[in-house]
Design a protein around this ligand. Structure first.
Ligand SMILES: Cc1cc2nc3c(=O)[nH]c(=O)nc-3n(C[C@H](O)[C@H](O)[C@H](O)COP(=O)(O)O)c2cc1C
Length: 668
């Protein structure tokens, strides 16, 4: 038995499938040409991504949702598994073989699709759902129509055929997608989304008839002992369509409530589902199934523990399952049977091996930003990870030993600089990292300072630990000058000098008011009063307002655009939660607002040419960042040995910082 976390490292059975430990890589759709082929099987790159997670010690891998039919709404990029048949088998066999080599089991997830949640810009086909008139989540004015009974049979046949194809491709079982997250089968299961009067509406048996026909069809084509699991959301956390509940909020459940959940879960077990892979929520409360940094860690664990009391099949729980210690205890206490992880293993494929060895501090922590994964998925791009540039590019960005050891000077100890230093040192270069201040982390220190950003602070700690434990000379409080460069004669110079807060300028009266910037406010460099106006409703402005509200202050936001959080990179799950927070705390937001003048204690602004005034004791400017390029611009004499990365090259997000650093460092 493993020395560390003995409960995680006990074997587990799902039906006839024996899994070596209690770690499950839960499904993540990869529907992009770089990672998956049009027959639905994975490219070599896709296979390497899964293989890396198997190598990392994972007990069970569940591959991303694959459609079983393409007659109705469907993924435009790939065909259905049944139709792909032999091509899919040929394409997936190398994957299942690769994963099995590590003693890891692999199950594929077959989906009945999205119904009213169809992201119509990615899918084809007409808007169908469980019942007539269900509003599309993304475009509520689009109303879906009910599937007819004979149309449901198209799906059932798809599951029957698709499961056999998957079995022939070497998969150890099937996960049915899903009575979870508000997907089509969930719409049948949830009373308020199922107004049917036929055999698919009404009682639990009727609402789950679709699920029963699916499992019967799979057992028919694959044999009674072929394991079939169900992705399951314990409750929906919805107040209404497009209106999610926040953690701790008192509300009346519009979707599946606890009582109904007990009946549904028990019935799923009764009809043969061999495990429940649980979370919470629907797309209307998306941040439960896809928890951003604002959600508490282990956000679905209490509900997993609730449902586990009522079923005998294994319960897997996913959603920010960060710390092996907590996960191990949850298994020991009977709250769940296995730890489900998606982004956790995207961020660190070695989570399981590191846990087993007790190297928990070396697990690279997911910060729930969704920039590399869900955000990119919904833009039709290859998924990846903002903090692990190698994710889904395992070979392309492999950290290989260098053939020529160089002296690499890295200027700036923010995230980009630390990532460049880490990768360069792992490759065997001689690395000197210079940081002008006394702290490592750059602007990310301010960005991670809010009370709800423990995961971000963990990430900084992780980076510092990695570079302190690597063979890197770290020079703190050291400004790089040309004289220093000439003295050290580096072979390569990487400028990672970050960004500074953009200053608010040109507003009449500004010279008489002490406007502070968001970084100073967040870092506590300047005092913040009780009645605050934040100028700028981007991500920093909104997060800062939340933090100030939590500390009991009054905040109003002025935004010149016609909406806040108007950022293409911000994942809808994160934006949705922030918008619910704004609503819940009633944070006054004034959009399309132009500031006309400032006076001591007053901010004047116009909306539609009408002037308004807010009385305030603190004005915080949160209008973005500008690259620190002065040093880089002075280094042109050093030619192409100088490189510019991260925010100093392009003010963006964490993904830009780590990816630009790693992409460069693997080539030097
Ligand atoms: C990019 C992405 C794609 C996902 N695709 C699926 C999917 O196809 N099927 C599914 O059941 N869950 C899907 N999920 C949800 C995850 O399996 C998991 O439950 C969720 O991310 C919470 O776990 P985590 O906090 O470990 O990431 C996806 C999540 C992400 C981030």
């Amino acid at each position: 038995m493993a020395k560390n976390y003995e409960h995680i490292f006990q074997p587990m059975k799902i039906g006839s499938m024996v899994i070596k430990n209690r770690t499950v890589f839960t499904a993540m759709g990869i529907h992009s040409p770089g990672l998956s082929k049009s027959d639905g099987s994975y490219t070599q790159r896709g296979i390497e991504y899964f293989e890396e997670r198997a190598k990392g010690g994972t007990g069970l891998i569940i591959t991303g949702a694959m459609q079983v039919q393409n007659q109705f709404e469907a993924d435009a990029h790939s065909t259905s598994i049944g139709d792909a048949g032999d091509d899919y088998i040929k394409g997936m066999k190398p994957l299942t073989d690769a994963v099995h080599k590590y003693g890891c089991k692999i199950v594929t997830q077959l989906t009945a699709g999205t119904g009213r949640q169809a992201p119509f810009w990615l899918t084809t086909g007409e808007p169908i759902a469980s019942s007539d008139e269900l509003p599309n989540v993304w475009k509520p004015e689009v109303k879906h129509r009910a599937l007819k009974p004979d149309e449901i049979q198209v799906y059932i046949d798809g599951f029957r055929k698709g499961a056999k194809v998957a079995k022939d491709a070497g998969f150890d079982g099937i996960e049915v997608h899903a009575v979870h997250e508000g997907y089509l089968l969930d719409q049948f299961a949830i009373k308020n989304m199922n107004t049917r009067t036929d055999q698919y509406g009404g009682s639990v048996e009727n609402r789950l008839r679709f699920c029963k026909e699916i499992i019967d069809a799979i057992h028919d084509s694959c044999g009674e002992d072929y394991p079939v699991m169900m992705r399951y959301s314990v409750t929906s956390k919805m107040k209404n369509f497009n209106d999610g509940a926040l953690p701790g909020e008192e509300y009346i459940e519009f979707g599946r409530d606890y009582d109904d959940s007990v009946e549904v879960a028990q019935y799923l077990e009764k009809i043969g589902y061999a495990a429940l892979d649980v979370d919470n929520g629907t797309y209307d409360s998306w941040y439960w199934a896809h928890p951003p940094v604002y959600m508490p860690a282990y956000c679905n664990l209490d509900d997993a523990a609730f449902i586990k009391k009522y079923v005998n099949v294994p319960v897997i729980c996913a959603g920010k399952m960060e710390d092996p210690e907590v996960c191990d205890r949850a298994i020991a206490d009977g709250k769940m049977d296995a730890v489900g992880m998606a982004r956790m293993l995207l961020a660190d494929p070695e989570w399981t091996n590191k846990a087993e060895k007790g190297n928990v501090a070396d697990i690279r922590p997911c910060i729930g930003c969704h920039v590399g994964c869900l955000g990119r998925l919904f833009q039709g791009k290859d998924i990846g990870c903002a903090i692990n540039p190698q994710a889904c590019r395992e070979k392309e960005l492999a950290i290989k030993p260098t053939e020529k050891r160089k002296n690499i000077m890295i200027i700036g100890g923010g995230i980009a600089g630390m990532e460049a230093a880490r990768v360069s040192a792992l490759r065997g270069h001689s690395v000197d990292l210079y940081e002008a201040t006394g702290e490592l982390g750059g602007v990310f220190i301010a960005a991670s300072s809010m009370s709800f950003k423990e995961a971000d602070r963990n990430l900084i700690r992780w980076f510092i630990r990695q570079i302190e434990n690597a063979d890197i000379n770290i020079h703190m409080n050291t400004k790089v000058t040309k004289a220093l460069i000439d003295e050290k004669k580096p072979d390569e110079i990487i400028a990672a000098t970050g960004a500074a807060a953009r200053e608010l300028k040109g507003i009449p009266g500004i010279e008489n008011v002490d406007v502070i910037n968001a970084i100073d406010a967040l870092r506590g460099n300047k005092p913040v009063g009780d009645k605050v106006v934040i100028i700028g409703g981007g991500l920093t402005g909104i997060e800062l307002s939340y933090e100030l509200i939590l500390s009991g202050k009054k905040v109003e936001i002025l935004e010149m655009k016609n909406k806040v959080l108007d950022m293409p990179d911000l994942c809808a799950a994160n934006a949705q939660m922030l918008n619910q927070i704004i609503k819940y705390y009633n944070i006054p937001i004034h959009t399309s607002a132009s500031i006309t003048r400032l006076e001591d204690g007053k901010v004047f602004y116009t909306v539609d040419q009408k002037e308004h005034v807010i009385e305030t004791d603190t004005v915080i400017s949160s209008i973005g960042y500008i690259s620190n390029t002065a040093l880089y611009n002075s280094l042109s004499d050093y030619g192409d040995k100088v490189h510019l990365i991260g925010d100093s090259n392009n003010v963006s997000n964490l993904l830009n910082a780590t990816w630009s650093a790693a992409e460069l460092a693997v080539t030097l």
